[in-house]
Ligand binder design. Structure first.
Ligand SMILES: Cc1ncc(COP(=O)(O)O)c(C=O)c1O
Length: 381
């Protein structure tokens, strides 16, 4: 096998001279947080997603928390969460005193479905928190119909899916709120950072106050400096101007960066389509998947174990990861608190044991994808 002359990281931020120059300008401006750059980033972001409002925050975790607060979720309420997700999706329910209830996921896509949600509904269910896993949009028509018929809110966790489209609408513009992460390896980065999108003016107003201690007036809105009231409970979940200015530049680059993810996934799929014993999500006319990573599933017939395959990638200088090696119902905190055990959510557990996440971002070249395909092929015999 021809080795690469370089190593490929699983995920890598793409920061250019433009971001660096604009960060310097912000640092020199003296206005470091909660200012005009944050407002500009929100405007650019809401226009891109197609929602009326976008509220910039310090992380996706903050956006998830603020969403549940704005939807009035609290003690006694249940929030349905897929078992295959980042722990932040579930923790946000705990933050407001609600109970996260884990639902199983579709084995092929890793996403929560109307069927798996139905199995977990109780009279206390208030919210369904969907996760567009690895960039693959959930089947939102079915989920929305179910939620509408039961009077449930939908929070979309879009931490993996910035730019993904479901039936002509961007993810994050389908439920009551959309929550994004700008962690360094996501489709765009602001170092740390997040965004809450919504079409609901009340949610946008509450989120924008509650991200800043629940204060009624931003500094620039106060007639006399120092005078303000606090009508709400709130946190310090603000985005800095440095993060916002990076976000503005990153949004300009996003369409090209996402195209490269989509093209890379198409090319890899074309290379591996005849290899036996593997599966992955298929292209469809109804969705666009911007592929946070390429999720490869090893079926029973594949003779190499997932962990051995990961080692083969490492030997060839290619970084991989696992999303997620432990489903949330089996994480110590949740297992102990709610008494889950292995076997409770079988698809989520199978995904944890048999999938590998491959790099697919803009820095990955055709020759890298060809080597990935070679590794998958040689280990299939
Ligand atoms: C699905 C999902 N939700 C939420 C988060 C939390 O994002 P943040 O680190 O911006 O709080 C992540 C982080 O990677 C994630 O993958």
């Amino acid at each position: 096998m021809d080795s690469l002359k370089r190593t490929i990281k699983f995920g890598e931020p793409i920061i250019g001279e433009e971001e660096i120059q604009d960060v310097i300008k912000v640092l020199q401006s003296g206005w470091l947080t909660h200012g005009p750059k944050t407002e500009e980033f929100e405007k650019v972001f809401s226009e891109y997603i197609g929602t009326k409002y976008a509220v910039a925050v310090s992380s996706c975790t903050a956006a998830l928390h603020l969403s549940l607060m704005a939807l009035g979720v609290g003690t006694g309420d249940e929030v349905i969460v897929p078992a295959q997700t980042h722990v932040a999706t579930a923790h946000s329910a705990e933050f407001v005193g609600a109970k996260p209830v884990f639902a199983d996921v579709d084995i092929a896509s890793g996403t929560i479905t109307a069927e798996t949600i139905k199995a977990k509904l109780t009279k206390n269910t208030k919210v369904v928190n969907v996760v567009h896993f690895a960039g693959q949009p959930c089947e939102m028509d079915e989920i929305r119909n179910l939620c509408e018929s039961k009077g449930l809110f939908i929070v979309e966790d879009c931490a993996h899916s910035l730019g993904s489209v479901y039936k002509g609408k961007k993810t994050g513009n389908i439920g009551n709120t959309g929550c994004y992460s700008f962690y360094p390896i996501k489709q765009i980065t602001t170092c740390e950072g997040g965004m809450l999108t919504t079409n609901d003016q009340r949610i946008a107003m509450l989120a924008s106050k509650q991200r800043g201690f629940g204060i009624d007036k931003a500094v620039q809105e106060r007639k006399i400096a120092g005078y303000y009231d606090v009508p709400y409970l709130g946190y310090n979940y603000r985005m800095t101007e440095v993060e916002a200015v990076i976000g503005i530049i990153q949004m300009k680059k996003l369409p090209a960066m996402n195209n490269s993810r989509i093209e890379n996934a198409k090319y890899l799929t074309s290379l591996i389509k005849n290899i036996p014993g593997i599966s992955y999500t298929e292209e469809s006319n109804e969705i666009v998947n911007t592929h946070f990573f390429f999720q490869l599933k090893l079926e029973k017939e594949y003779p190499t174990s997932r962990n051995d395959l990961a080692k083969k990638f490492t030997e060839q200088g290619i970084g991989t990861s696992i999303y997620y090696a432990t489903p949330l119902h089996l994480m110590t905190y949740y297992r102990q608190k709610y008494g889950y055990k292995k076997g409770d959510l079988v698809n989520a557990e199978l995904i944890a044991d048999t999938t590998i996440a491959l790099p697919i971002g803009p820095r990955v070249l055709k020759e890298d994808l060809e080597l990935m395909s070679q590794i998958i092929s040689e280990n299939s015999k």
